[in-house]
Design a protein around this ligand. Structure first.
Ligand code: HEC
Length: 196
Protein backbone atom coordinates (compact mmCIF):
# COMPACT_ATOMS: atom_id res chain seq x y z
CA UNK A 1 0.00 0.00 0.00
CA UNK A 2 2.76 2.39 0.97
CA UNK A 3 4.71 1.68 -2.20
CA UNK A 4 1.63 2.38 -4.32
CA UNK A 5 1.20 5.71 -2.58
CA UNK A 6 4.87 6.49 -3.08
CA UNK A 7 4.83 5.78 -6.78
CA UNK A 8 1.63 7.77 -7.12
CA UNK A 9 3.36 10.72 -5.47
CA UNK A 10 6.35 10.42 -7.80
CA UNK A 11 4.10 10.26 -10.84
CA UNK A 12 2.15 13.30 -9.76
CA UNK A 13 5.30 15.31 -9.06
CA UNK A 14 6.79 14.57 -12.46
CA UNK A 15 3.45 15.31 -14.10
CA UNK A 16 3.34 18.72 -12.49
CA UNK A 17 6.89 19.48 -13.63
CA UNK A 18 5.99 18.45 -17.15
CA UNK A 19 2.93 20.66 -17.08
CA UNK A 20 4.73 23.63 -15.58
CA UNK A 21 7.06 24.17 -18.53
CA UNK A 22 4.40 24.76 -21.22
CA UNK A 23 2.29 26.74 -18.74
CA UNK A 24 5.19 29.09 -18.10
CA UNK A 25 5.86 29.45 -21.81
CA UNK A 26 2.17 30.17 -22.38
CA UNK A 27 2.22 32.74 -19.61
CA UNK A 28 5.22 34.52 -21.06
CA UNK A 29 3.65 34.54 -24.52
CA UNK A 30 0.45 36.02 -23.09
CA UNK A 31 2.43 38.73 -21.32
CA UNK A 32 4.07 39.65 -24.61
CA UNK A 33 0.69 39.74 -26.37
CA UNK A 34 -0.72 42.08 -23.72
CA UNK A 35 2.34 44.33 -23.90
CA UNK A 36 2.16 44.59 -27.70
CA UNK A 37 -1.61 45.10 -27.54
CA UNK A 38 -1.29 47.89 -25.00
CA UNK A 39 1.42 49.74 -26.92
CA UNK A 40 -0.28 49.44 -30.30
CA UNK A 41 -3.73 50.48 -29.09
CA UNK A 42 -2.24 53.42 -27.22
CA UNK A 43 -0.43 54.60 -30.34
CA UNK A 44 -3.67 54.51 -32.36
CA UNK A 45 -5.70 56.29 -29.67
CA UNK A 46 -3.06 58.96 -29.25
CA UNK A 47 -2.75 59.56 -33.00
CA UNK A 48 -6.50 59.80 -33.62
CA UNK A 49 -7.20 61.72 -30.39
CA UNK A 50 -4.53 64.35 -30.98
CA UNK A 51 -5.73 65.10 -34.52
CA UNK A 52 -9.39 65.08 -33.53
CA UNK A 53 -8.74 67.55 -30.69
CA UNK A 54 -6.86 69.90 -33.02
CA UNK A 55 -9.75 69.91 -35.52
CA UNK A 56 -12.38 70.43 -32.82
CA UNK A 57 -10.44 73.42 -31.61
CA UNK A 58 -9.84 74.80 -35.07
CA UNK A 59 -13.26 74.39 -36.67
CA UNK A 60 -15.65 72.72 -34.21
CA UNK A 61 -17.46 69.38 -34.65
CA UNK A 62 -18.09 69.81 -38.40
CA UNK A 63 -14.40 70.24 -39.10
CA UNK A 64 -13.61 67.31 -36.79
CA UNK A 65 -16.22 65.18 -38.56
CA UNK A 66 -14.62 65.94 -41.92
CA UNK A 67 -11.29 65.01 -40.47
CA UNK A 68 -12.63 61.70 -39.10
CA UNK A 69 -14.29 60.64 -42.30
CA UNK A 70 -11.40 61.69 -44.53
CA UNK A 71 -8.42 60.73 -42.46
CA UNK A 72 -9.20 58.27 -39.65
CA UNK A 73 -8.60 55.36 -41.99
CA UNK A 74 -5.33 56.59 -43.50
CA UNK A 75 -4.05 57.64 -40.06
CA UNK A 76 -4.80 54.13 -38.80
CA UNK A 77 -2.83 52.71 -41.71
CA UNK A 78 0.07 55.05 -40.94
CA UNK A 79 0.09 53.69 -37.37
CA UNK A 80 0.10 50.16 -38.80
CA UNK A 81 3.21 50.93 -40.82
CA UNK A 82 5.03 51.75 -37.58
CA UNK A 83 4.07 48.50 -35.84
CA UNK A 84 6.22 45.35 -35.91
CA UNK A 85 5.66 42.65 -38.55
CA UNK A 86 2.55 40.60 -37.88
CA UNK A 87 0.90 43.30 -35.72
CA UNK A 88 -2.16 45.15 -37.00
CA UNK A 89 -4.49 47.60 -35.27
CA UNK A 90 -8.03 48.79 -36.07
CA UNK A 91 -11.29 49.92 -34.47
CA UNK A 92 -14.51 47.91 -34.58
CA UNK A 93 -18.08 48.39 -33.36
CA UNK A 94 -21.34 46.42 -33.49
CA UNK A 95 -22.98 49.73 -34.39
CA UNK A 96 -20.38 51.01 -36.80
CA UNK A 97 -20.44 54.28 -38.68
CA UNK A 98 -17.76 53.51 -41.24
CA UNK A 99 -18.20 50.18 -43.06
CA UNK A 100 -14.40 49.84 -42.71
CA UNK A 101 -14.98 49.29 -38.99
CA UNK A 102 -17.42 46.42 -39.30
CA UNK A 103 -16.28 43.58 -37.01
CA UNK A 104 -15.45 40.10 -38.31
CA UNK A 105 -17.63 37.26 -36.97
CA UNK A 106 -15.23 36.37 -34.11
CA UNK A 107 -14.81 40.04 -33.20
CA UNK A 108 -18.58 40.57 -33.11
CA UNK A 109 -18.82 37.63 -30.71
CA UNK A 110 -16.30 39.20 -28.34
CA UNK A 111 -18.04 42.60 -28.56
CA UNK A 112 -21.37 40.94 -27.70
CA UNK A 113 -19.73 39.21 -24.73
CA UNK A 114 -18.51 42.61 -23.50
CA UNK A 115 -22.05 43.98 -23.87
CA UNK A 116 -23.49 41.13 -21.79
CA UNK A 117 -20.88 41.67 -19.09
CA UNK A 118 -21.81 45.36 -18.96
CA UNK A 119 -25.50 44.44 -18.79
CA UNK A 120 -24.65 42.23 -15.80
CA UNK A 121 -23.09 45.31 -14.13
CA UNK A 122 -19.56 43.98 -14.52
CA UNK A 123 -16.91 46.67 -14.58
CA UNK A 124 -15.09 45.84 -17.81
CA UNK A 125 -11.41 44.95 -17.56
CA UNK A 126 -8.95 47.13 -19.50
CA UNK A 127 -8.44 44.42 -22.10
CA UNK A 128 -9.44 40.97 -23.38
CA UNK A 129 -7.32 38.45 -25.29
CA UNK A 130 -8.79 36.06 -27.85
CA UNK A 131 -6.68 33.10 -28.91
CA UNK A 132 -7.57 32.63 -32.57
CA UNK A 133 -5.24 29.67 -33.13
CA UNK A 134 -1.78 28.45 -32.04
CA UNK A 135 -0.08 31.48 -33.59
CA UNK A 136 -2.66 34.26 -33.78
CA UNK A 137 -4.08 36.34 -30.94
CA UNK A 138 -6.43 39.30 -30.85
CA UNK A 139 -6.08 41.90 -28.10
CA UNK A 140 -9.22 43.98 -27.44
CA UNK A 141 -9.32 47.32 -25.68
CA UNK A 142 -12.96 48.25 -24.94
CA UNK A 143 -13.87 51.84 -25.93
CA UNK A 144 -16.48 53.41 -23.70
CA UNK A 145 -18.18 56.77 -24.27
CA UNK A 146 -16.34 58.55 -21.49
CA UNK A 147 -16.34 62.18 -22.65
CA UNK A 148 -19.17 64.57 -23.39
CA UNK A 149 -17.52 65.40 -26.71
CA UNK A 150 -18.16 61.85 -28.05
CA UNK A 151 -21.90 62.53 -27.76
CA UNK A 152 -21.70 65.45 -30.18
CA UNK A 153 -21.27 62.93 -33.00
CA UNK A 154 -22.43 59.66 -31.43
CA UNK A 155 -25.24 60.75 -29.10
CA UNK A 156 -28.58 62.30 -29.96
CA UNK A 157 -27.04 64.65 -32.55
CA UNK A 158 -28.60 68.11 -32.16
CA UNK A 159 -26.59 70.25 -34.57
CA UNK A 160 -28.64 70.17 -37.83
CA UNK A 161 -25.71 70.72 -40.15
CA UNK A 162 -23.69 68.06 -38.41
CA UNK A 163 -26.63 65.66 -38.49
CA UNK A 164 -27.13 66.22 -42.24
CA UNK A 165 -23.46 65.77 -43.00
CA UNK A 166 -23.36 62.48 -41.05
CA UNK A 167 -26.47 61.23 -42.90
CA UNK A 168 -24.98 62.18 -46.27
CA UNK A 169 -21.62 60.60 -45.70
CA UNK A 170 -22.87 57.54 -43.87
CA UNK A 171 -26.31 56.61 -45.21
CA UNK A 172 -26.17 53.39 -43.15
CA UNK A 173 -24.79 54.98 -39.98
CA UNK A 174 -25.52 52.95 -36.85
CA UNK A 175 -23.34 54.99 -34.49
CA UNK A 176 -25.78 57.46 -32.88
CA UNK A 177 -28.03 57.32 -29.82
CA UNK A 178 -25.22 56.51 -27.40
CA UNK A 179 -25.20 57.68 -23.79
CA UNK A 180 -22.38 58.36 -21.37
CA UNK A 181 -20.84 55.08 -20.18
CA UNK A 182 -22.06 53.02 -23.16
CA UNK A 183 -19.69 50.63 -24.88
CA UNK A 184 -18.88 52.24 -28.24
CA UNK A 185 -16.68 49.47 -29.59
CA UNK A 186 -13.12 48.29 -29.25
CA UNK A 187 -9.64 48.61 -30.58
CA UNK A 188 -8.50 45.25 -31.94
CA UNK A 189 -4.81 44.46 -32.18
CA UNK A 190 -4.18 41.28 -34.17
CA UNK A 191 -0.87 39.66 -33.32
CA UNK A 192 0.41 36.92 -35.61
CA UNK A 193 3.36 35.17 -33.96
CA UNK A 194 4.25 33.29 -37.15
CA UNK A 195 5.04 36.53 -39.00
CA UNK A 196 8.42 37.01 -37.29
C1 HEC B 1 -16.64 65.24 -34.74
C2 HEC B 1 -17.44 64.06 -34.71
C3 HEC B 1 -16.97 62.89 -33.84
C4 HEC B 1 -16.65 62.94 -32.51
C5 HEC B 1 -16.62 64.14 -31.59
C6 HEC B 1 -16.33 61.56 -32.14
N1 HEC B 1 -16.45 60.73 -33.23
FE1 HEC B 1 -16.19 58.72 -33.28
N2 HEC B 1 -16.48 58.71 -35.28
C7 HEC B 1 -16.80 59.80 -36.05
C8 HEC B 1 -16.81 59.42 -37.47
C9 HEC B 1 -17.10 60.32 -38.65
C10 HEC B 1 -16.46 58.05 -37.51
C11 HEC B 1 -16.33 57.17 -38.77
C12 HEC B 1 -15.00 57.42 -39.42
C13 HEC B 1 -13.87 56.77 -38.69
O1 HEC B 1 -13.41 57.34 -37.68
O2 HEC B 1 -13.46 55.68 -39.06
C14 HEC B 1 -16.26 57.64 -36.11
C15 HEC B 1 -15.90 56.37 -35.73
C16 HEC B 1 -15.70 55.95 -34.42
C17 HEC B 1 -15.34 54.59 -34.03
C18 HEC B 1 -15.09 53.42 -34.98
C19 HEC B 1 -16.31 52.58 -35.18
C20 HEC B 1 -17.32 53.19 -36.15
O3 HEC B 1 -18.42 53.50 -35.69
O4 HEC B 1 -16.99 53.37 -37.35
C21 HEC B 1 -15.24 54.59 -32.67
C22 HEC B 1 -14.91 53.39 -31.80
C23 HEC B 1 -15.52 55.93 -32.21
N3 HEC B 1 -15.79 56.74 -33.30
C24 HEC B 1 -15.49 56.33 -30.89
C25 HEC B 1 -15.56 57.65 -30.47
C26 HEC B 1 -15.34 58.08 -29.10
C27 HEC B 1 -15.08 57.15 -27.91
C28 HEC B 1 -15.44 59.44 -29.08
C29 HEC B 1 -15.18 60.39 -27.93
C30 HEC B 1 -13.85 60.35 -27.35
C31 HEC B 1 -15.74 59.87 -30.45
N4 HEC B 1 -15.80 58.75 -31.26
C32 HEC B 1 -15.94 61.17 -30.87
C33 HEC B 1 -17.09 61.07 -35.58
C34 HEC B 1 -16.84 61.51 -34.29
Amino acid sequence: MISILKSFAIVSISASILLAAPAQKQNKELQEIVQTGKESSKLLLKTLGKNMKAHMKKGGPLDALNFCSNEAYSLTESVNKKLPQGVHVKRVSLKYRSPANQPKADEAKVLKAMESLKDANVVLPKHFVEKVDEKVYKFYKPLVINKGVCLKCHGDVQNKKLKNTIEQRYPNDKATGYKMGDLRGAIVVTIDKSAK
